[in-house]
Design a protein around this ligand. Structure first.
Ligand code: ZN
Length: 543
């Protein structure tokens, strides 16, 4: 009898326990991005999902519930960066960073420190040196680096990516000497006797860079993991990896298997070739942490280097229209194979000619409204008559707000006063009803989504210039900006029923902020810090 009562009591306790939350968030200012219930102060999480959202969830709190008291802090859905280069960010984090360093000696000192822990013969890589910041303002020579690292090859990329600075060991490995000719499109800096001094410009970089070994699988895995960890710290809970190769996808699988993915990844297969062929044969892979169901193509280059393909010549270089790298026919042929196998096609297009080629290829295959969710990545400069095609073929404009604020000092010089009206034209797309996921394109831009939200809302640089914003009619409201980093990113990955807003039944991916970005003065939004990142109900980062 007594035993029976105990069992019965345990049964009741078990039932009650099953009803209580694993995690409860209280005293928060939650912006849910759910139009039916935009605000709440408390949220219950059970088994990785939002179980309840409201102002009183006290009945969900049991003895085993982890209670997070937000003390009035703002909470928003975990941010979705719809375009980042994950392995690229990991590599960027691996390399020595010399941004802002004010002397050649300081760089050499840091290389010396790195050489102490490097394996014999291991390459020491770095980036972002700028001799214009040094007292001499002169290009450096190999001597300082050779003294710092006599036994390890060193290659340090200049801040603009157009030159590398190397040591003696690297030059030996590349057989670089007075007899070496300058390659076409490149220049080897030399002393009066013709001996290379250690700086290689443009195409000459390849003489040394081709000697740098490809990363091992272990290194690729390490880079991807540390990039995802960096994303977690910045409040990104899903990243769309804008072009992964075979080794990166293998690394994702390894991390997934080991339970070492702190955040979720939506992977685009990088380009055509055997990797794509094998995926088209086996079909998409769809999961909560890792999904591979899209193809990344590249139609042209970038605006800064005038590689973007333009319908008419550049305004500041009348003989140049940039270069279309992938033709309409090629994009169409890949799209035709992708659709029946259930793959999405996402094409990088910056210039108006590239946007037109990609759009017309999509139109050839999609023919009208559809739910294939093809995307144009960047959609940076679009001819006026081509905007409507995005709506006609249900194509998403996957844009990156910080590209606008990085490019604004010179973009109009490149394309002139007419074409600039169709550039970074976020509101033009929104008014047509085109989906607008946002992202950063890291490591080209910072992965910090607070910088992106700030750029989207203000169209100003961090010092508040230009006053009122650059082409302010294209700014996003705070709500639109938040949607573009949450529910629109989810939609861009066919995941809007699973994430992108905080409501019962969706994944419990959310972040806590140091300030309320929805009400604070706009000029400080970029300074906002993420104080907690939660993925599937688990705290993956806490300040
Ligand atoms: Zn990109």
């Amino acid at each position: 009898m007594r035993l029976l009562r105990l069992v019965a009591a345990a049964g009741i306790a078990m039932a009650a326990y099953a009803q209580t939350a694993d995690v409860a968030v209280i005293n928060a200012r939650i912006y849910t991005v759910n139009p039916k219930q935009p605000r709440a102060s408390a949220m219950a999480v059970r088994q990785g999902l939002v179980a309840a959202m409201g102002d009183d969830i006290s009945r969900q709190i049991g003895p085993a519930t982890k209670v997070i008291d937000a003390h009035g802090a703002a909470i928003i859905p975990g941010l979705i960066d719809s375009h980042g280069h994950v392995e690229g960010l990991g590599t960027f984090l691996d390399d020595l960073d010399f941004r802002g360093v004010a002397s050649e000696q300081e760089i050499a000192d840091r290389v010396r420190t790195a050489a102490k822990t490097a394996r014999p013969g291991e390459w020491i890589l770095g980036r972002a040196w700028d001799q214009n910041l040094w007292p001499s303002r002169q290009f450096p020579t190999s001597e300082s680096l050779s003294a710092a690292a006599p036994d390890n090859p060193v290659a340090l990329t200049r801040v603009d990516g157009h030159a590398i600075w190397v040591n003696r060991k690297a030059m030996e490995m590349a057989d670089l000497n007075a007899a070496t000719q300058d390659p076409a499109g490149g220049k080897i800096l030399r002393d009066p006797s013709g001996k290379p001094t250690g700086v290689l410009i443009d195409r000459a970089r390849g003489l040394v860079e081709k000697k740098i070994p490809a990363p091992t699988q272990e290194q690729v895995e390490h880079r991807i993991r540390q990039a995802l960890e960096q994303c977690a710290r910045l409040g990104i809970t899903t990243v769309h990896d804008a072009g992964a190769g075979a080794s990166a996808i293998d690394a994702y699988h390894a991390l997934l298997q080991k339970g070492q993915m702190p955040i979720r990844s939506y992977v685009m297969i990088g380009g055509a070739g055997p990797l794509l062929d094998s995926w088209l044969t086996k079909g998409p892979e769809i999961g909560d942490y890792l999904t591979v169901r899209s193809i990344k193509l590249v139609a042209d280059g970038a605006l800064g280097s005038r590689g973007a393909a333009m319908i008419e010549p550049y305004s500041d270089e009348p003989a140049n229209r940039g270069l279309l790298i992938t033709s309409r026919e090629t994009i169409r042929a890949i799209a035709e194979r992708a659709v029946p196998r259930g793959f999405q096609v996402n094409t990088h297009a910056i210039g108006d000619a590239a946007n037109r080629a990609a759009m017309d290829a999509y139109g050839d295959v999609l023919k009208g409204p559809n739910d294939k969710r093809f995307r144009i990545e960047h959609a940076q400069i679009v001819a006026p008559e081509d905007f409507a095609k995005f709506k006609r073929y249900s194509v998403l404009a996957s844009m990156q707000a910080t590209h606008a604020t990085s490019d604004m000092p010179w973009a109009q010089t490149r394309v002139g006063s007419e074409r600039i009206k169709g550039a970074y034209a976020w509101q033009t797309f929104l008014k047509l009803g085109v989906h607008l996921p946002n992202g950063s394109d890291f490591p080209v831009e910072s992965p910090n989504p607070m910088w992106g939200l700030y750029a989207a809302i203000t169209r100003q640089d961090k010092s508040g210039q230009p006053a009122g914003g650059w082409f302010p009619e294209q700014r996003l409201s705070r709500e639109e900006a938040l949607r573009s980093w949450t529910i629109e990113g989810a939609y861009a990955a066919f995941e809007e029923n699973r994430k992108g807003s905080l409501e019962a039944g969706k994944l419990a991916d959310f972040i806590m902020l140091s300030d309320d970005i929805m009400t604070m003065p706009a000029d400080n939004i970029w300074k906002t810090k993420v104080t907690m990142t939660v993925v599937g109900g688990k705290v993956v980062y806490q300040q």
